[in-house]
Design a protein around this ligand. Sequence first.
Ligand code: CTP
Length: 403
Amino acid sequence: MLKNRKITVAVTGGIAAYKACEVVRGLVKLGADVRVAMTENATRFVGPVTFEALSGHPVATTEWEHTPEGAMPHIELNLHADLLLVVPATANILAKAARGIADDLVSALILAHRSKVAFVPAMNCHMWRNPATQRNVEDLKRDGAHFIGPDSGFQACGDTGEGRMTEPADILDLLPGLFSEKPLSGRRVLMTVGPTYEPIDDVRGITNRSSGRQGFALARAARDLGADVTVVAGPVTVKRPAGVRIVPVTTAREMLGAVEGELDRSPYDLFIGVAAVADWRVADRLEGKWKKDAGLPQLRLVENPDILAAVGHRAGGPVTIGFAAEASDLLENAYAKLEKKGAAMIVANVARDALASDTNRVLVVTDGEVDEIGPADKDEVARKILYHAVDLLEEEYGPEDDL
Ligand code: CTP
């Protein structure tokens, strides 16, 4: 989504300016064409040469020098932008932007913007909480500006609270959503992701090779398409999506409990079961660590609850989508699972292709049709699966406008 996007990064004068270096580096790595402008104060924290090296272009620090093409920087840099990203955005620049003040390069750049503009605030928690700042943020939002963060946590000044700049990796995760249409806006999506872990004793257990990557890619795609997303996640180590609520669990029974708890609390429009739930657990979990001297443990396995089927057959439950990881007979198994799980759609793949891989190839199977997606990277597969979900939701609840 960010490949070949023209992004002007405006850096203002806060200690978080050093983190803007990582944002610029990440954007360039993702294929964006990045230009950088800095306030004079920002140059006290990080030298323009750093941004010049990272972006591969000269850095603008004043409106008094024309670009090599002879244009004024605040016009030229806007002409070249699909997005103006102000990172970090100080309380001062938010105040100036909200009032239309243009007394230096960056504030003039913001006033003259024609593209999307997004602010990534970073400031002391008392400055952030100040009603003046909150008023400015509200005004800017009303005028159509986007905001990423701020987060809460330890601050450079020693305080702890809201105002900390969102981490660069999360900013990069959230930016593609600014360019996405929002057919899932107003929809609530609940998902299960990752493996489950069923303990045998205190140190050993039954699990599987699911990485959670496809599930998190789906969560990101649903978030970018405008949904409010909650993920009940088994033990996963891959990076979690930003802007998505995560409920961590370990076992299948905990996963079912968390899913039912969510559905009991408030209605969801869509449930997607991506988790590779362990089919069995040990009936009598062993205490402590089983010693080899004690001989071979006699393990009796019992079946775990089927979470997808429980949701699919729930009266008044959400539209339900399941996954089917198969060794063979994809279509036949997918049709059988549609029925057995009470699902509106089954996404079937060859288990070997999907596990611990960045790419996937799937068949999307509903009552009426079969569509093939991929092989493609898991993000693209996720987006295409969700467009099928948009159709299902429209069939079930009517178009988005009726929300
Ligand atoms: N699933 C679930 N709870 C289980 C088992 C599976 O919610 N206890 C969900 C998965 O998240 C997936 C779908 O059911 O969306 C199918 O999972 P899969 O492992 O392919 O099928 P199983 O039902 O386990 O059947 P089998 O192993 O016999 O193919």
